[in-house]
Design a protein around this ligand. Structure first.
Ligand SMILES: CC(C)(COP(=O)(O)OP(=O)(O)OC[C@H]1O[C@@H](n2cnc3c(N)ncnc32)[C@H](O)[C@@H]1OP(=O)(O)O)[C@@H](O)C(=O)NCCC(=O)NCCS
Length: 300
């Protein structure tokens, strides 16, 4: 060949513009999330977009180079997610720019998000405060060789449409905010198991197709034994397949059960919150009825 082995050329001078996230094809958003190694399916993104709002950054020829979304729960609370900048363009201020648009839309709302390590500095600089670590547990599952245990006086059964109001109420108690619209959308696409005492629902776990397989969430329970009792049937249903559960619960019997079932901790993220003047902070419950499984990192 005989030519120069290496050359250089400046190719980085182009403008980005911000548009509504609804303005692009779902495949473009999917390509963006794949570019940062996320396992979301196009269907998962379609669901997020149906439920949420937000922005994309586009280059001059319409390529999606960034995104940031928010998901309303009631009038004064939202979760934030899908905050992504293409690897080639990171550390140039795009993340900040997109988040400024989200924050402007969300005036009057307390915000909660789950921050990757890469995003921590971005959210710190915007005033978000750390709340708690999320353990992303996942793997190909199998039922541990131990007898099923249902807490005394309780029964576990599959949920049906008549259980939806009780699920919404229990989720709200644990999450700190009513998510009736979200749970109403998730319920028909999920299989659910509930734990009942004297006919009243005290714990539940929903499970739906997501990412590389299925995800268990939301799941709410009063203690590890209840949580195991409602998650166990999903492990049985998905034996030999990929299952994921994102939880704030640290150690203890529940974490032990997940690890023995083939769902060890794969990664961690950090839940962070931003309180706004005049808006209740909407903290999640830390004792009593608590969340054992997140809906997803974007939706909390
Ligand atoms: C997190 C992410 C969206 C940030 O986007 P970005 O366009 O690089 O962000 P910005 O250029 O606006 O930088 C924001 C801040 O992070 C800092 N930062 C950016 N990249 C960094 C890096 N690799 N390491 C440390 N800090 C970094 C910037 O210096 C800036 O700090 P400042 O606000 O104090 O000035 C981007 O890295 C990304 O898409 N990562 C992969 C997906 C992901 O983890 N998303 C977050 C989901 S919660």
């Amino acid at each position: 060949m005989g030519g120069q082995a290496s050359e250089s050329k400046v190719i980085d001078s182009f403008e980005l513009r911000i548009e509504d996230v609804d303005s692009v094809d779902i495949e473009q958003l999917h390509a963006l999330s794949i570019s940062v190694g996320w396992p979301l399916r196009a269907e998962d993104l379609r669901f997020l977009r149906e439920f949420g709002r937000g922005y994309v950054a586009l280059d001059e020829i319409g390529r999606v180079t960034g995104s940031a979304m928010w998901f309303p729960h009631g009038e004064d609370f939202a979760t934030v997610g899908m905050v992504i900048t293409s690897p080639r363009l990171q550390a140039n201020g795009t993340g900040q720019w997109l988040m400024q648009h989200v924050l402007a839309d969300c005036q009057g709302r307390a915000l909660r998000l789950n921050s990757t390590r890469a995003a921590r500095r971005l959210y710190d600089s915007l005033g978000f405060q750390p709340v708690k670590t999320v353990y992303q547990c996942q793997g190909v599952v199998h039922l541990p060789a131990e007898p099923p245990t249902v807490p005394e006086g309780a029964t576990v059964r599959a949920l049906d449409a008549t259980d939806l109001p009780a699920v919404v109420e229990l989720d709200a108690r644990a999450f700190g905010v009513a998510r009736d619209v979200l749970i109403g959308k998730l319920f028909p696409q999920s299989v659910g198991y509930g734990l009942f005492r004297d006919g009243a629902l005290t714990a539940f776990a929903l499970c739906r197709p997501f990412g590389r397989g299925h995800v268990v969430g939301p799941s709410v329970a009063a203690d590890d034994a209840e949580a195991i009792a409602v998650v166990r049937p999903h492990v049985l249903d998905h034996g030999g397949s990929f299952l994921r559960l994102d939880t704030h619960r640290e150690g203890g019997a529940f974490a032990g059960f997940l690890a023995r079932a083939g769902m060890p901790v794969f990664d961690t993220v950090l839940t962070m919150s931003l309180t706004r003047e005049g808006v209740d902070a909407k903290a999640a419950a830390t004792e009593g009825t608590v969340t054992y499984g997140l809906v997803s990192q974007a939706l909390g």
